[in-house]
Design a protein around this ligand. Structure first.
Ligand SMILES: Cc1cc2nc3c(=O)[nH]c(=O)nc-3n(C[C@H](O)[C@H](O)[C@H](O)COP(=O)(O)OP(=O)(O)OC[C@H]3O[C@@H](n4cnc5c(N)ncnc54)[C@H](O)[C@@H]3O)c2cc1C
Length: 432
């Protein structure tokens, strides 16, 4: 049975979230519209507002909903999370207020899946409590995010691992209490067993932030840059700081990326909805040359296309969430859909935000609406967690795996032999 309804009990929670976001979280967005402040656990003024808001979320039983109950979450599953995240995605601060901000969500998931009891107590618990933030350090300056190109090495030296190399775009490294680092431990091994994952505490000797790189919208003069360009100078960590098995780093990294992509997509639905809501209000408010914008056919086409594309994205996100919930932990079952979502969200976001800015005219081109911040985020959606092309390749490969080559000179849909076969099939009825 296909059922697109939300159960009534959960709907009351969603209604609470809607009110809470408008009344209590959006003021935080406009007071501190900076990713840097969101992750800066030492920023006293924002933290004074954030803490009580997080307590209210906990009281509602809505804290860290991406996690299973034994980790302090609700175990709602991805489908309900999608309904929540499309609301939280409208706001910069909401994911942090609700304990579901990236990259901490993915880092928490792999610590929970692969961590020892000691690692969980020292690193996972404070992360789940919202007391610290963390960083994921995989991409390299020379080879991007292609694991075949990684050169950062970890070499065993007695009872320690020594990590050497450079990592690029390690988000929030400057504020993180620990960093999860993917490093080559066996360069001659096949890619699946060449690397291991390490937990590097921020205070580990040899860890150097070459510079904090500003992504679009972050201002250097305000010291807002959050993308860490890191150098590991023989960074020394004890043997028990490997996360997962030796050579198992690739699998650990893979385990966090799928969830990260779909959660981004859920939040992007919320961003698109916000931009579309703004378009509708504008169309109903602005008069030019004797009519409302809403009465002009060209504007109606923009609105209709945006609504159709958003609904398509939303349904794809929901189906993917449903597939993950029904995959019994087998990541292969939803892989193709996660790749489709990753491609679709970047395209839809680009189109809807572009139209929303256009419809707002000169105001749309200012920093006096949220649209400018969304626009700066547009290229990111097609790059972070892997560029669009990589995911298109995944989709195409999965598709081709379900098909086979034609067995004859002409395609299996070639009509002449089909017509001949149909004549034979119904010959007794076709005879005069
Ligand atoms: C906002 C943001 C946050 C990020 N956070 C983190 C983080 O916390 N930790 C981390 O480790 N990394 C992070 N990254 C890095 C991210 O994973 C990489 O930027 C991404 O995987 C692309 O790698 P690249 O930047 O080296 O681009 P490249 O690999 O150089 O790709 C550039 C372009 O080349 C083309 N291309 C690349 N590969 C293929 C292919 N296989 N087939 C066809 N064309 C291709 C595409 O057009 C692509 O856009 C972040 C990136 C962004 C933008």
């Amino acid at each position: 049975m296909w059922d697109f309804a939300t159960d009534a009990e959960f709907q009351t929670k969603l209604d609470w979230i809607d009110r809470f976001l408008i009344e209590e979280v959006e003021p935080l967005d406009v007071l501190f519209p900076s990713v840097s402040v969101v992750y800066d656990t030492q920023h006293a003024r924002s933290r004074a507002i954030l803490g009580p808001l997080q307590d209210k979320v906990r009281e509602q039983g809505l804290w860290a909903c991406h996690l299973d109950p034994h980790l302090g979450g609700q175990g709602y599953g991805q489908l309900k999370l999608a309904l929540m995240n499309e609301r939280l995605g409208r706001s910069l601060w909401a994911p942090t207020v609700f304990g579901t901000a990236a990259p901490d969500t993915g880092n928490a998931e792999i610590l929970a899946m692969f961590g020892t009891p000691e690692q969980k107590a020292r690193y996972l618990q404070p992360l789940l409590d919202g007391r610290i933030v963390s960083c994921f350090s995989m991409t390299e300056p020379q080879g991007g995010a292609d694991p075949r190109e990684f050169t950062t090495r970890a070499i065993r030296d007695g009872d320690r691992w020594l990590i050497s190399g450079e990592k690029w775009y390690s988000s929030n490294a400057r504020y993180a209490s620990f960093i999860l680092v993917l490093a080559v431990t066996d360069p001659d091994a096949p890619i699946q067993s060449r690397m291991s994952m390490f937990i590097v505490p921020k205070e580990a000797p040899g860890l150097e932030i070459i510079r904090n790189v500003p992504h679009m919208g972050e201002r250097l003069e305000l010291d807002e840059a959050t993308e860490g360009y890191l150098r590991y100078n023989q960074v020394s960590v004890p043997l028990d700081h490997m996360l997962g098995a030796p050579g198992g780093g690739f699998a650990v990294a893979q385990a966090r990326l799928g969830g990260g992509r779909i959660h981004h997509a859920m939040r992007t639905v919320g961003q698109c909805q916000r931009a579309l809501d703004m378009m509708c209000e504008r169309a109903l408010s602005r008069r030019t040359q004797g009519t409302l914008l809403a009465d002009k056919t060209t504007v109606q086409v923009m609105l209709a296309d945006s609504q159709i594309e958003l609904e398509q994205l939303r349904l794809l996100v929901m189906k993917t969430a449903w597939l993950i919930d029904h995959s019994h932990g087998d990541p292969r079952k939803a892989r193709g859909h996660i790749a489709m979502v990753k491609v679709a969200m970047a395209k839809t976001y680009l189109e809807i935000v572009r139209r929303a800015i256009h419809l707002h005219g000169s105001l749309g081109a200012t920093f006096e609406t949220p649209l400018a911040y969304m626009w700066l985020n547009v290229p990111t959606m097609a790059l972070a967690d892997g560029p669009t092309e990589v995911h298109q390749i995944t989709v195409a490969r999965e598709l081709l795996r379900a098909h086979k080559a034609a067995q004859t000179l002409f395609p299996s849909e070639h009509l002449p032999p089909k017509i001949a076969a149909a004549r034979v099939r119904y010959a007794h009825l076709l005879e005069d």
